[in-house]
Write a protein that binds this ligand. Structure first.
Ligand code: CP
Ligand code: NVA
Length: 319
């Protein structure tokens, strides 16, 4: 069974087809030729955390692919009252064709995938957010591979540099390290030293099948990270579940605000990206969010098109 729990659940060789499908689905959206590969299917969405983009893009996407989305707040099902993850997976597998899961512990998505018999998609854990990274990479290709198709689309990512600033131990930072290695990009992260990529994450990286190992640079100097960058990327400083640490996080991360001045130190045609939600004045200033090279809303829209391509691919593999 093919799942999408982490970026590397897609091999490099599968990426051209996936990205081409996302592009096709985007082009055909709302037309009579729009494919409906989930016709007759129901996909359950188990969410333990808040969501705007992920929830709406999956619900709309499943509907547009001909399927039925079934949103389940964790606390509305017995999982929230102690029914095991394994029993939940076994029971739901008897009813639905796939599970989309947003939760805290990454182990939970792995256990659902292991115990169930339908595809599982990671819609964000404390550890990784792979749907966001694939949609972001697709958004980059729209800028860098204009008019090109197939393998050329994905090749346009190769050798590009992404600078990730702020909370360099969060799910987005981890996922971008995996993603950058998968797409052949260079990644430099800048954040407080206590938020350097964790030992747990480094152990996970060691298990991945990157030829020559997964690569990234970490620095405490934001200017060093953004120099020569094609993309400057940031995320909130206080991820869901970390609210108790708010004061301390803001204190140690304050040197890493993406200001107009810092953004100007990247390449002159560099893009600004943020998975959103943004806290203007915290991790990024409003002028950068509003900059013509800020592509934050394209990223948000492309969640829909890329996730539809992922669902269609997983559904085809499950047949
Ligand atoms: N970027 C993202 O995943 O947003 P939501 O938390 O609104 O789903
Ligand atoms: N790091 C953020 C991402 C939100 C999409 C969080 O986990 O809250």
């Amino acid at each position: 069974m093919k799942h999408f729990l982490k970026e590397t659940d897609f091999a490099r060789s599968e990426l051209p087809q996936l990205f081409a499908l996302a592009r096709e689905l985007k082009r055909k959206r709302g037309t009579r030729s729009a494919p409906r590969p989930l016709a007759g299917q129901t996909w359950a969405m188990i969410f333990s955390k808040s969501s705007t983009r992920t929830r709406v893009s999956f619900e709309v996407g499943i509907h547009e692919l001909g399927g039925n989305p079934l949103f389940l707040n964790k606390n509305d099902i017995q999982l929230g009252r102690g029914e095991t993850v394994e029993d939940t997976a076994r029971v739901l597998s008897r009813f639905v064709h796939g599970l989309i899961v947003r939760t805290f512990d990454h182990g939970e998505v792995e256990r659902l995938a292991a115990a169930g018999s339908v595809p599982v998609v990671n819609a964000l854990t404390d550890f990784l957010h792979p749907c966001q990274i694939f949609a972001d990479a697709f958004t980059m290709t729209e800028r860098w591979a204009k008019g090109r198709t197939g393998a050329k689309l994905v090749e346009s990512l190769r050798g590009r540099k992404i600078a990730f600033l702020g909370d360099t131990a969060c799910n987005m930072a981890n996922s971008w390290i995996l993603g950058a290695n998968l797409f052949g990009m260079n990644i430099s992260l800048a954040g407080p030293k206590e938020f350097a990529p964790s030992a747990e994450f480094q152990a996970q990286l060691a298990k991945e099948n990157f030829r020559g190992g997964a690569d990234y640079q970490f620095t405490t100097d934001p200017l060093e990270a953004v120099r020569g960058a094609d993309v400057v990327y940031t995320d909130v400083w206080v991820s869901m579940g970390k609210e108790e640490e708010t004061k301390e996080r803001i204190r140690v991360m304050s040197p890493y605000v993406v200001t107009g001045k810092l953004f100007a130190a990247a390449k002159k045609d560099a893009l600004f990206m943020h998975c959103l939600p943004a806290h203007a004045g915290e991790e990024v200033t409003q002028d950068v969010l509003d900059n013509p090279r800020s592509i934050i809303f394209d990223q948000a829209e492309n969640r829909l098109h890329m996730q539809k391509a992922i669902l269609a691919t997983l559904a085809a593999a499950a047949r």
